[in-house]
Design a protein around this ligand. Structure first.
Ligand SMILES: *[C@@H]1O[C@H](CO)[C@@H](O)[C@H](O)[C@H]1NC(C)=O
Ligand SMILES: *[C@@H]1O[C@H](CO)[C@@H](O)[C@H](O)[C@H]1NC(C)=O
Ligand SMILES: *[C@@H]1O[C@H](CO)[C@@H](O)[C@H](O)[C@H]1NC(C)=O
Ligand SMILES: *[C@@H]1O[C@H](CO)[C@@H](O)[C@H](O)[C@H]1NC(C)=O
Ligand SMILES: *[C@@H]1O[C@H](CO)[C@@H](O)[C@H](O)[C@H]1NC(C)=O
Ligand SMILES: *[C@@H]1O[C@H](CO)[C@@H](O)[C@H](O)[C@H]1NC(C)=O
Length: 326
C-alpha cells in the first residue's frame, strides 16, 4: 500500500513541478494582487439591466486597486457603464452586449485579470417527456423527464391531473456532460395503488425568466396481474374544416401496455409527415386536414394477449367558409 502511494506520488510530481514553474514564469507577482470580488458569469434578460461585480486588492500595500472592464474584442458599447466601485452596469441588455468580458487591474508590473461570459436567459421546450406506463399494483416505477436547454438552470416539478404533485420521491440533477444546459428529473413512485393512476406532466421552470414549459402527458394505469384491454375513448365521427388541425383519440386501458395502431379504410395508416402520433399512439394528430383525409378510421390495441378495435369513425373534411359564402 505504502509503496503504491509512493509510486503514484513520484508519477505526479513532475506534472506538479511543471504547473508550478509555468504559473510562476507567466505571472511573476500574481500572488500580490487578489480578486477581492471574483466576477461571475452573468445571465440577463434582454432589455433589462444587468450588473457584474469585480474588485481587486493589492496585498502590499494593502489597498484596493481600480479595475478596468473591456469586452473581449473591443471596448464597451454605449449603454454599458463601469461604476466607480468597479461594477459593470448594462442599463438595458442588448443582443450585441452578449459575449466575454475581461475585468483587469494592474499596478506597475503586477497585473491580474478575469474573464466572464454574459449570456441571455432562455428556456427551450422539454427535451424528453415522461412515458405512459401500465404497472401492476404494488410495483415501483420511474417517470423521467429532461428539460430543454436553459440558462440559468431549469428546475423540474410535476403535475398530476393538472395539479401540483409533491408525492413520491423527486430527484433532479444536471443532464449529460458539463456542456449540457439541461436538467434531468425523475419521479419515483413505490408500491403503487389505483390512487396513483392519472395523467402526469413534468414542468420545467426557468427561475430568472419566470417561465415554464410542460412535457407531453404520461398516463399511469395501475392494474391487477391480468387486466383486459378496453378502449376507454375511441375516435369520434367528426367534420373538420380543411386546413385545420384535428385530433382523433384512442385511449386504451389494460395490461400489459398494448401497442396502438391506426387504420384508414381498413389499411394500416402509412407513415407520413402530415400526422403525428402522441401518447404512444393514443392521439392521432392531423396538423392540416386535407380533402384526401376523408375516410373511416379506427384504432387497434394489441398486447400479444388480446387485441381490441375501436368503432370506425368517419372523418369528413369540409370545404372552407369562403367557398360556402359564395
Ligand atoms: C456598485 O455601485 C452600484 C450603484 O452605485 C451598486 O448597485 C452595486 O451593488 C455596487 N457594487 C458592489 C459590489 O457593491
Ligand atoms: C502600486 O504599488 C506601489 C508599490 O508597489 C504602491 O506604492 C502604490 O500605492 C500602488 N498603487 C496603488 C494604486 O495601490
Ligand atoms: C404497499 O401498500 C399496501 C397498502 O396499499 C400495504 O399493505 C403494503 O404493506 C405496502 N407494501 C410495502 C412493501 O410497503
Ligand atoms: C411568476 O409568474 C407567475 C405567473 O406565471 C406569477 O404568478 C408570479 O408572481 C411570478 N413570480 C415572479 C417572482 O415574478
Ligand atoms: C360513425 O358513424 C357510423 C355511421 O355512419 C357508425 O356506424 C359509427 O358507429 C359511428 N362512429 C362513432 C364513433 O360514433
Ligand atoms: C410506420 O413506422 C413504424 C416505425 O417507425 C413501423 O413500425 C410501422 O410499421 C410503419 N407503418 C407503415 C404503414 O409503414
Amino acid at each position: 500500500m505504502v509503496s503504491h502511494l509512493h509510486t503514484s506520488a513520484q508519477m505526479i510530481s513532475p506534472v506538479w513541478l511543471l504547473l508550478f514553474s509555468y504559473s510562476i514564469s507567466i505571472t511573476p507577482s500574481q500572488s500580490e494582487l487578489v480578486l477581492s470580488t471574483q466576477p461571475k458569469d452573468g445571465t440577463g434578460i434582454l432589455n433589462r439591466p444587468l450588473m457584474l461585480h469585480c474588485a481587486v486588492y493589492d496585498t502590499s500595500p494593502q489597498t484596493a486597486l481600480p479595475v478596468k472592464w473591456e469586452k473581449e474584442n473591443g471596448g464597451l458599447a454605449a449603454g454599458v457603464h463601469q461604476m466607480a466601485n468597479g461594477s459593470l452596469f448594462f442599463s438595458s441588455l442588448k443582443e450585441g452586449d452578449l459575449g466575454r468580458y475581461i475585468c483587469s487591474a494592474r499596478n506597475g508590473s503586477k497585473q491580474i485579470k478575469s474573464v466572464v461570459t454574459v449570456s441571455k436567459a432562455y428556456l427551450e421546450n422539454v427535451f424528453f417527456s415522461p412515458q405512459s406506463q401500465s404497472v401492476i399494483k404494488g410495483q415501483d416505477l420511474f417517470f423521467q423527464c429532461v428539460s430543454g436547454d436553459s440558462s440559468p438552470t431549469a428546475h423540474i416539478s410535476w403535475l398530476k391531473n393538472s395539479r401540483a404533485f409533491t408525492g413520491g420521491t423527486q430527484i433532479q440533477g444536471q443532464y449529460g456532460g458539463g456542456s449540457q444546459r439541461k436538467t434531468s428529473g425523475m419521479l419515483h413512485l413505490t408500491n403503487v395503488t389505483k390512487a396513483d393512476q392519472g395523467r402526469y406532466v413534468c414542468v420545467t421552470h426557468n427561475p430568472l425568466l419566470n417561465i415554464s414549459k410542460e412535457s407531453d402527458t404520461a398516463t399511469l394505469i395501475v392494474g391487477g396481474p391480468s387486466m383486459s384491454l378496453e378502449i376507454m375513448q375511441g375516435p369520434e365521427n367528426i367534420t373538420v374544416a380543411v386546413e385545420m388541425e384535428t385530433v382523433l383519440h384512442c385511449v386504451v386501458h389494460g395490461f400489459p401496455t398494448p401497442k396502438i395502431q391506426w387504420f384508414k379504410d381498413k389499411q394500416m395508416l402509412p407513415n407520413t409527415s402530415r400526422w403525428d402520433l402522441h401518447d404512444d399512439g393514443q392521439l392521432l394528430v392531423f396538423k392540416r386536414v386535407l380533402p384526401e383525409d376523408e375516410g373511416f378510421y379506427y384504432c387497434e390495441a394489441d398486447n400479444d394477449k388480446e387485441r381490441v378495435r375501436s368503432q370506425p369513425s368517419y372523418l369528413l373534411p369540409a370545404v372552407g367558409q369562403q367557398v360556402q359564402v359564395k
